[in-house]
Design a protein around this ligand. Structure first.
Ligand SMILES: [Zn+2]
Length: 701
């Protein structure tokens, strides 16, 4: 769900507390980490270390900025842009660890720190981006970039910072800046509340407890065992199903008890909308309203216009048009899928119309009938370690890089794996952390971030430390984790983000690997293409017990089933993307009735009642707690790019085509931030992307 740029973008600042427990001497954030490869010393970090490091980090950062602003020398690239680019290192160090772990491994203490820190971080960054003296110096370098004979990368970094200041309100009057500060601080707390409510609604407030074995009918033994373990962990008798996807989806897919499917799915789609202490309706209304006000202050007609101005798409109208172009054929296809499923219901004598909680159950029957393929046939070939090694193999074939597991690096959770990544010639590339399974303190979904990003400092590259976090099916006793197809592609996806970070080459933090949001999903989504190629499956899809390679017949079935359920997948996604645009194209900040707004938005586009948007308003974390506001569209925007990019490999007749791989690595990964995204893409592809390959891939054409 989240990605590299998001983690960069949400680096906000920190807070004040009276905690003096740790002296600067033993706080691991003060000074470089004394660990192999300089990875964070997770074994030495205590929750009490964060606050002092944040406070000192802000103090140091402020001192550096003051020094920069008060410099009597004429502004130059070095004394202004470069100095700014390299400022705040302590703050960055603690932020990267804290915000990563607050998503992947949080607890009450960390949540309390986040509550304290977020408004302080928001104020700290406002103080910087609204600092008139600093803006003046940056503007001077920007205006004189020709005269100063800056090179192309210096010009790009300067321009990026200048734009950041403009977009953060540096050009506004004092009075408007004060208003903006208030809105930013309010927004940071509202997002936090949204996320906390959602976490409680997902992990705490709902459980489906089953005590009668008859209610387990249809479920595979592995699923039943998992539910039993979940129950035991909570000292509950029987079986427990939760709203985390690895628990919920198999139940929706296989459980014959229709009433219980409805109960579980209702638990899911009502999250944040239960009128309890974790209700998100009012939070959503307030966030939307603050964003309208913020956009107006900054001179934009709405929040979407503000966000998209910086993206490849440029305007909300372009995005709306793009989404609607895909909407009509997708809806038609989903309608056909409903008819197919209803036929099965009627044939089986079920006297009811298909409902949203029936979709997975009957879709699975369609899959078995039409494609003769079910999950349980595939899982034995997708043990986690085989899939992981398969994607390492793909990266090796494309880019020559190697992955060596390390068992001596500190981790924040015992089942987290670490890998050393090297070039073909043995030169270091970076470190990769992988954290696979659900936990109470881990947010839903999968994402990639970093504990340290890459930059070239005095000609020497600082190697990145990337982290991939997932929520995969846990291994049952005595059996390795066996993934379903969705999880396989998710791992390849997040790994693609990881590769983007690992292979980045750039001189400035502001530009190295920094791409617009509607480009971010290109490096990740393109990797999903390799996951399903027969040539690749033959290498990694091996039976976990016998080592037997997946039979050709099964590989063929995977290929054919590529169009399975694509109407549903595309419609539930597009519905959410359109809902996001609707909220952020509002130009009125009046209080909203969120439920009504959502219903009207979905009625306008004719969403069928058998499908809910992938995220409904009160649990749409991407847009209310994740930096994807007016940006949920980016996945399908980037899908146009990835389908087009992968078609280049296909057309060449070699999915590992070395020449194309080298170009993709150089222009689209390593130097992705060097120029406008479309320009970089064209350097790889030789032309602008076409929508055709995507439409064909999804069966929409
Ligand atoms: Zn992604």
């Amino acid at each position: 769900m989240k990605n590299i740029s998001l983690i960069f973008a949400t680096v906000c600042l920190l807070l004040i507390s009276g905690c003096k427990k740790n002296s600067m001497h033993d706080n691991p954030f003060f000074g470089d980490y004394k660990t192999p490869f300089g990875v964070p010393p997770f074994d030495l970090i205590d929750s009490t270390d964060y606050m002092p490091a944040f406070i000192e980090g802000m103090k140091q950062h402020k001192g550096e900025i003051d020094k920069l602003v008060n410099n009597q020398e004429t502004p130059t690239f070095e004394n202004t842009i470069l100095a700014f680019d390299r400022s705040g290192m302590l703050l960055t160090r603690v932020s990267k660890v804290f915000y990563s772990l607050n998503e992947a491994n949080t607890n009450d203490q960390m949540q309390a720190i986040a509550r304290q820190i977020n408004p302080l971080m928001s104020k700290h960054y406002d103080d910087i981006y609204l600092n008139a003296g600093l803006f003046e110096r940056i503007k001077t370098v920007y205006d004189k970039s020709l005269e100063l004979k800056l090179d192309s990368q210096q010009i790009r970094a300067t321009k990026k910072y200048f734009r950041d200041f403009e977009r953060m309100g540096a050009n506004l009057s004092q009075e408007k800046q004060d208003e903006l500060r208030k809105l930013n601080s309010e927004l940071s707390l509202l997002s936090l509340t949204f996320g906390e409510n959602l976490l409680a609604e997902t992990n705490k407030n709902f459980k489906l407890i089953i005590t009668d074995t008859a209610d387990l009918a249809g479920l595979p033994q592995g699923v039943i065992d998992g539910a039993h373990e979940t129950a035991q962990a909570d000292s509950i008798k029987g079986w427990v199903f939760t709203l985390s996807k690895p628990s919920m989806i198999p139940f929706l897919q296989f459980a014959e008890n229709r009433a219980l499917r409805e109960k579980l799915y209702s638990g899911y789609f009502m999250r944040g909308n239960n009128g309890n202490q974790n209700d998100n309706n009012e939070v959503v209304s307030k966030i939307v309203s603050c964003r309208v006000k913020k956009a107006h202050l900054l001179g934009y007609k709405n929040y979407a216009a503000y966000v998209i101005d910086d993206n490849m798409a440029r305007t909300p109208e372009k995005v709306d048009e793009f989404l609607m172009k895909l909407w009509t054929p997708s809806l038609k296809m989903a309608g056909k899928e409903v008819v197919e499923m209803q036929k099965i219901i009627d044939r089986e004598g079920g006297k009811f119309k298909l409902q949203p909680w029936d979709w997975w159950y009957y879709a699975d029957k369609v899959r078995k009938e039409k494609y003769n393929l079910d999950d349980s046939q595939l899982r034995p070939y997708f043990s986690l370690s085989n899939v992981r090694d398969g994607m390492f193999m793909v990266a090796n074939k494309l880019y020559g890089i190697t992955f060596t597991q390390r068992t001596d690096l500190p981790v924040y959770q015992k089942d987290v794996e670490t890998f050393e990544v090297k070039e073909a010639n043995g030169q270091p590339v970076g470190i990769l952390y992988m954290d696979y399974y659900p936990r109470g303190g881990k947010g839903a979904g999968a994402w990639c971030g970093d504990f340290r990003s890459s930059v070239i400092e005095d000609g020497k590259r600082i190697d990145p430390v990337m982290t991939i976090v997932c929520n995969f099916t846990k291994p049952a006793a005595g059996v390795p984790a066996l993934l379903n197809w969705d999880e396989v592609t998710t791992l390849f996806h997040e790994f693609g983000h990881g590769l983007h970070g690992l292979l980045t080459q750039g001189k400035y933090y502001r530009t190295a690997g920094m791409v617009p949001q509607d480009y971010v999903e290109l490096p990740s989504q393109i990797m999903e293409n390799w996951a399903g190629e027969p040539e690749v499956l033959r290498v990694y899809a091996k039976h976990y017990e016998t080592g037997e390679v997946m039979p050709e017949e099964l590989i063929e079935k995977i290929q054919k089933s590529g169009l399975f359920n694509q109407g549903f997948e595309t419609v539930e996604y597009l519905a959410a993307a359109i809902l996001d645009m609707n909220y952020h194209e509002l130009s009125d900040s009046a209080k909203l009735n969120v439920g009504e707004f959502e219903t009207q938005a979905m009625n306008r586009i004719g969403l069928i009642k058998e499908i809910y948007p992938r995220y409904r308003s009160t649990y749409f974390a991407h847009i209310y707690d994740g930096g994807y506001a007016a940006g949920y569209y980016v996945y399908i925007w980037a899908a146009v790019l990835d389908a087009d990019a992968f078609s280049a490999f296909r057309e060449s007749g070699d999915i590992y085509n070395p020449e194309l791989a080298a170009k993709f690595r150089k222009y689209c990964l390593a130097e992705s931030g060097n120029d406008e995204a479309m320009i970089q893409y064209k350097k790889f592809r030789g032309k602008e992307p076409s929508e055709e390959p995507l439409l064909i891939r999804r069966g929409l054409k």
